[in-house]
Design a protein. Structure first.
Length: 627
């Protein structure tokens, strides 16, 4: 039964009223920043990310850089900047749209080396004291940035039971014949999970490491958790597991997946500052490339509903160049426990006139970290509270030049922090969710223990990112179960990070029941079943669940799908059939014709060539048949 929406509307009104009351209370102690920030040390025309300029200056200030490297390495880890034992920083050099990656000889004179390329991107190792020199040598339009290394997300029943893919798995349709790829940044405890029977055996697995260190080095177990979630649904599939360090590596992994016949990709990583509009940025380009080559690309919507703000720059009552979050408050406060930290990302709509914004984090009147890149670009930095005391800090945005623009600020927590004082859940999905290719499926999160709730019950995890995209597309596309068990985490694996591989694994199992169906047909059937069985939000598509939660109709051998709504007018075997006659012709005696979701099929059925014993069923709605 579809939801009327009346209860949901009343709840929204109540929530909005509560927000107004909270805002009024907070505005009474609004924090105004006196005066402009100090002039950035880095020239605005230097094509170098300002956080890299800052660490270069720190390195140059060391009397003995070689002796200081271990201490610098530890310090830079807290800023999500990777420094190797030779004193080289892991970077990415990004060219303008449509350009090629720079050749190695551009940075070689400064001791730099290219470690990988993809389209306009180059992953590089550059000596920490030569970052500015390397940046100045870049061709016009190229910029040098830190590599945004994937990390674990702080957001901590079994998925196959929640989705009902266990009926496929246990019925022998366990992903056999399908190839699944997982793209992630860390596979710590992978061997432990494999030995426990929770990850695919060596004979079904190809390990590809584009990152520094060994495949299981470090402490990041995020990728292992993702593999376990997929494997719970599809233990018969073959697996290609990619460990990556950068977006350059992500693109390279996708190219390899295409070349090696991968059917389903699970990508539980959030990307930021790669492009404002839909289908922009290299994360979207990689996802679209996979989908355009017949792969179902599942990607996490993000866990940022409470750590995101979006709106237009507001000078506030004092009219200065600091953004006012609300009622004259120029600081968006949050708390950091000892050891707590994460990364901040600021981007803005670059359409039309140019603008330049800078990003700061304050403790009282002191700036703890900042990003002051030049030009019509973006800002980002990472911060960790490396003290024994809890800190209350404020995030601020300075309009360095240009007109007021719509912008969004994300915080990607790694551990021990609060949500934003001022948060906007709307529009909080992360890239590459923002693609319009139908076979790129961004996934929201619903806890597994409430996954069976009825349509209209609204059980989404509060952190699960909401749409729409900056271009207005409904996001996420679907939702999946989270908080499912793993060996990697010695318990529950949470967030949209878990919901994504649970959904991808279910797709692999479902696809193995009928390998003749195309990726688009599998995606359509998954979305349509989600709309029928797990339409938890507003009837139809919405910006919390998309079409609904992934849920599969009980498996039965030799099922043939029939659906007028798919529009398979030519009755190709690669999609649900348009007519019952074509479905009957393709069916095996003893099999099932499954009509989704009912409707009218007036065509008379001819049994010339022999009568078949078939079960005919419909999902949710009745069907009018001509036989």
């Amino acid at each position: 039964m579809k939801q009327t929406g009346r209860l949901k509307i009343s709840l929204r009104i109540a929530a909005a009223a509560g927000l107004v009351a909270l805002a009024m209370a907070l505005s009474a102690s609004a924090q105004d920043i006196k005066g402009p920030p100090p002039k950035p040390a880095m020239p605005k025309d230097l094509p170098l990310q300002s956080v890299l300029f800052d660490v270069e200056q720190l390195a140059k200030a060391q009397p003995n850089l070689a002796a200081a490297l271990p201490r610098l390495k530890s310090s830079l880890d807290l800023q999500s900047i990777k420094l190797d034992d030779a004193g080289k920083v892991l970077c990415e050099i990004i060219g303008p749209e449509g350009a090629s990656a720079i050749p190695a000889d551009v940075i070689a004179p400064f001791g730099g080396e290219i470690t990988g390329t993809w389209k306009r991107r180059a992953e590089a190792l550059i000596p920490i004291a030569a970052l500015s020199d390397a940046a100045r040598a870049l061709p016009a339009g190229y910029v040098l940035e830190r590599a945004d290394v994937p990390g674990q997300d702080a957001t901590g029943g079994e998925g196959a039971t929640a989705i009902n893919s266990d009926s496929y798995r246990d019925g022998g349709r366990d992903g056999s014949g399908r190839i699944v790829a997982v793209i992630d940044g860390g596979y710590f405890r992978f061997t432990t999970a494999r030995d426990a029977g929770d990850a695919p055996p060596a004979g079904q697995t190809t390990l590809i490491n584009y990152a520094s260190g060994t495949f299981e080095s470090g402490t990041n177990r995020h990728g292992t958790g993702c593999v376990e979630a997929v494997y719970d649904h599809a233990p018969g599939a073959d697996y290609r597991l990619y460990r990556i360090d950068s977006l350059t590596d992500m693109g390279t992994a996708v190219d390899d997946a295409i070349a090696n016949g991968v059917d389903v990709i699970s990508h539980s990583l959030s990307r930021y500052n790669t492009g404002w509009a839909d289908n922009t940025g290299d994360a979207c380009a990689a996802a679209i490339s996979a989908a355009s080559n017949g792969i179902l690309f599942f990607t996490s919507a993000g866990n940022r509903a409470n750590q995101h703000w979006q709106g237009t720059f507001n000078a506030g009552p004092d009219g200065d160049q600091w953004h006012n979050w609300l009622g004259g408050d120029e600081l968006n406060t949050m708390t950091f426990q000892p050891g707590g930290g994460g990364s901040f990302y600021l981007s803005w709509n670059t359409a039309g006139s140019a603008a330049d914004y800078d990003l700061y984090i304050y403790e009282d009147n002191s700036i703890l970290a900042s990003s002051t890149n030049g030009g019509n670009t973006f800002e980002s930095f990472s911060y960790t509270n490396n003290t024994a005391s809890t800190k209350t800090l404020g995030v601020s945005i300075w309009r360095a030049s240009g007109v007021a623009k719509e912008f969004e600020l994300f915080f990607h927590e790694t551990s021990g922090t609060s949500d934003f004082q001022y948060a906007v859940a709307v529009g909080s999905t992360t890239s590459p969710s923002n693609t319009t290719n139908a076979n790129v499926l961004s996934v929201g999160a619903v806890p597994a223990d409430v996954y069976g709730q009825a349509n209209g019950s609204n059980p989404a995890a509060d952190y699960s990112s909401r749409g729409p995209s900056n271009s207005g597309a409904i996001l996420p596309k679907i939702a999946g179960p989270t908080n499912t068990g793993t060996t990697a985490y010695s318990g529950a694996f949470s967030g949209t990070s878990a919901a994504t591989p649970n959904s991808a694994g279910a797709a692999a199992a479902f696809w193995s029941a009928d390998s003749q169906l195309s990726s688009s047909a599998i995606r359509w059937l998954i979305e349509t079943q989600a709309d029928l069985w797990r339409d938890w939000g507003t009837a139809g598509d919405d910006n919390t669940y998309g079409r609904g939660g992934v849920f599969l109709t009980d498996y039965r051998n030799n099922t043939i799908w029939v659906a007028r709504g798919y529009g398979n007018l030519l009755n190709s075997r690669s999609a649900p059939f348009y007519t019952t006659q074509a479905a009957y012709n393709a069916a095996v005696s003893g099999g099932r014709l499954l009509i989704i979701p009912g409707g009218s099929y007036p065509e008379a059925l001819s049994t010339i060539g022999g009568t078949k014993s078939l079960s005919v069923q419909t999902l949710v709605n009745s069907a009018n048949l001509g036989f």
